[in-house]
Design a protein around this ligand. Structure first.
Ligand code: ATP
Ligand code: MG
Ligand code: FE
Length: 338
């Protein structure tokens, strides 16, 4: 199949053409980070307007780069949710128009299924497999018994990992999105400020990061009250160590207890060098096959949407022109029907 995929769920306007859910023929991304930086986070209305401005150019470039005539496309895929409703709508309108004009089927795609199937752009998946999803809005352990079947076995009870990274970075004085700054700082430090770990109940696969975030804010404020400058890199390292230990140990236990044959790391925080290194080392120790996408497929992109949409194309599961943006779309419900 040749799928043209569109992603506009947050602050990246992205279009890609993907062959057979695996070969990326083009992957165009326009990031709005510079625009949102001034506000300290993504402003939904501004994001929608920026998507409108960029979508046509991204579409043209993605089609040109792929070198596939439009009439040879198999389907048009678009992120249906989760995400910002106004941002999703821009991609959905573009996808509907193209699908209508070209008389091609339309595939509504789940953003997190995209993050997970980004791994298939690199290597064939084997089932059952376990996905550790760490992104700006999600922190989940997802068991896939078969291709396209998603079962959530754990999730965050409060903040997502990426959200915690961004808030910690902000407290340390770094701009949005702060994850990469905390990652860099942690690499520079040798002395770790000790911070708590939230293990929750012994048999739980859930996560919690709000207590850790508060502990960081306290450490920063206490130094400031003493008139000292906070030990930025020590705090970053301590924060990262706590996040990593819990994520890695729960993911390893989930693999062991479910008999998964592969562990897939995915989502924007999968770009974190500390996490990539820690998980690689532990999986090697445990002889667990670990898949980690290259950095360009970790943060939001449309190639991953094309990879996930291929599942629906295989099963002929298309959506009508009346399809709507679903900001709270469930991953389990998006599983293939057959
Ligand atoms: P979701 O996918 O849950 O809808 P999103 O699309 O906004 O959320 P992503 O684009 O997947 O999120 O990831 C963005 C997040 O990844 C931000 O919180 C950002 O700080 C974080 N991030 C990116 N690079 C790194 C890094 N090197 N270390 C830690 N966090 C990182
Ligand atoms: Mg983004
Ligand atoms: Fe994302």
């Amino acid at each position: 199949s040749y799928i043209l995929a569109i992603e506009t769920s947050c602050d990246e306007t992205a279009v890609s053409v993907v062959k057979n859910g695996r070969d990326v023929l083009s992957n165009m991304i326009f990031s709005q980070i510079e625009t949102h930086k001034a506000f300290g986070g993504v402003v939904p209305e501004v994001a929608s307007r920026k998507h409108v401005e960029s979508i046509t150019v991204m579409l043209e470039e993605a089609v040109e780069e792929a070198g596939i005539p439009l009439d040879q496309l198999s389907a048009i895929a678009v992120t249906q949710g989760p995400g910002l409703v106004g941002a999703l709508l821009v991609g959905i309108m573009a996808a509907k128009s193209l699908a209508f004009a070209l008389d091609k089927p339309l595939i509504g795609t789940h953003h997190i299924a995209g993050h997970i199937y980004a791994n298939r752009l690199v290597q064939e998946l084997e089932y059952p497999c376990m996905a550790l999803v760490v992104s700006g809005g999600h922190t989940e352990l997802v068991l896939m018994e078969q291709e396209g079947h998603f079962h959530l076995i754990g999730r965050t009870r409060d903040d997502a990992v990426g959200e915690a990274y961004d808030k910690v970075a902000r407290a340390l004085g770094f701009p949005y999105p702060g994850g990469p700054y905390v990652d860099q700082l942690a690499m520079q430090s040798e002395t770790e400020v000790k911070l708590p770990r939230a293990w929750l109940e012994p048999d739980s696969y859930d996560f919690s990061f709000s207590g850790l975030k508060s502990a960081v804010l306290n450490a920063v404020n206490q130094s400031k009250m003493r008139g000292e400058t906070p030990d930025q890199s020590g705090i970053a390292l301590g924060f990262q160590a706590s996040v990593m230990e819990v994520l890695v140990e729960k993911a390893i236990r989930a693999v062991r207890e479910t008999g998964a044959v592969q562990l897939l790391l995915c989502g924007g925080v999968a770009a974190n060098q500390g996490l990539r290194a820690a998980l690689t080392a532990r999986c090697k120790q445990e002889s667990i096959a670990l898949l980690v996408p290259p950095l360009k497929y970790c943060t939001d992109n449309a190639a991953m949407i094309g990879a996930a949409a291929h599942l629906k194309w295989l099963h002929g599961e298309f959506v009508p022109q009346t399809m709507k943006a679903e900001p709270g779309l469930s991953l389990e419900a998006w599983s293939v029907q057959s």
